[in-house]
Design a protein around this ligand. Structure first.
Ligand SMILES: Nc1ncnc2c1ncn2[C@@H]1O[C@H](COP(=O)(O)OP(=O)(O)OP(=O)(O)O)[C@@H](O)[C@H]1O
Ligand SMILES: [Mg+2]
Length: 268
């Protein structure tokens, strides 16, 4: 029997007057690599913050490994401790994640909280800095780094703890091609492991490589789920959910055509 890591039933979440999740259902099984796809504002980041126990839905039910993931249950120290140890979250915007005086301290923060031995902390920080190619930044204040440098520090500060469940909100956005392909390689390496990965992304070209299941969001609900290969071939579905658009071109002959474009192809 497969165990579900998260089970969400009919989640409703509202920011003041904006309905962000509108009866959302999804189940995430252990060891799956799941991509959350959908237009801007469709609810992906909101769901990830709820899965990380940062926000709580106004109605509906959510469980983590069979236990209710609620505000009340997270007040239970033993549940909160094991939940925080098992689940790591990389925010879409690294500015809200980074708060230490230096990159080194940023990476040391989680391990110190978990009371790892000092030698192990130094060793793991050294490895992580190298892996993310941020060794040269280790004494810099994180809030003075470039967008992509911040993102790499934020990823490193979560990956150093090697969480069983990773929630990644657009992990490759803002990264240069080399850093992006490092992250994609990491995600590919984790496939087939017990690690569960839930990531929101607009990078449709890599979804088939990094995910074995995809959920398409629209208006705060999941409106389709399946194998990335199948969903990404469903042109009508992609068009209707704004994942691709048809763009009108005037060709030199004067003829006007419509072509289907994926979002990131906006070169013109
Ligand atoms: N802090 C906030 N305050 C008020 N409304 C918010 C806030 N964050 C998000 N929203 C609204 O909630 C809805 C869902 O937003 P969310 O950030 O979850 O979308 P998303 O799918 O992650 O979009 P994107 O692809 O742009 O990251 C949107 O209508 C958005 O305007
Ligand atoms: Mg988002």
């Amino acid at each position: 029997m497969t165990t579900s890591v998260f089970e969400a039933r009919n989640l409703v979440y509202r920011y003041r007057d904006t309905l962000a999740l509108n009866g959302l259902n999804l189940t995430i099984e252990q060891g799956k690599h799941v991509a959350l796809l959908g237009a801007n504002g469709s609810g992906k980041s909101t769901l990830l913050r709820i899965l990380d126990g940062l926000y709580f839905p106004e109605s509906g039910a959510l469980s983590f490994c069979g236990e209710p993931l609620t505000e009340e249950h997270l007040r239970d120290d033993s549940f909160a401790f094991q939940f925080r140890r098992r689940v790591g979250f990389v925010f879409q915007n690294p500015d809200v994640q980074l708060f230490n005086p230096t990159v080194f301290d940023e990476l040391a923060f989680g391990p110190l909280q978990l009371r790892w031995p000092k030698d192990l902390i130094r060793q793991r920080i050294g490895e992580m800095l190298e892996q993310m190619e941020i060794t040269h930044l280790k004494d810099r204040p994180p809030h003075h780094l470039s967008g992509g440098e911040k993102k790499r520090v934020a990823l490193a500060s979560v990956l150093i703890l090697d969480p069983e469940v990773l929630l990644l909100d657009e992990p490759t956005a803002a990264l240069d091609p080399k850093s992006e392909s490092r992250i994609i390689d990491l995600l590919i390496d984790w496939k087939g492991s017990l690690k569960t990965v839930v990531m929101a992304t607009h990078d449709l070209d890599v979804v088939e490589d990094i995910a074995d299941q995809a959920f398409i969001f629209q208006g705060g609900r999941v409106i389709a789920e399946g194998l990335p290969r199948d969903l990404l071939r469903d042109e009508a579905l992609l068009k209707e959910t704004n994942l691709i658009h048809s763009h009108r071109h005037a060709h030199p002959s004067g003829e006007i055509h419509s072509h289907l474009h994926r979002h990131h192809d906006h070169g013109h």
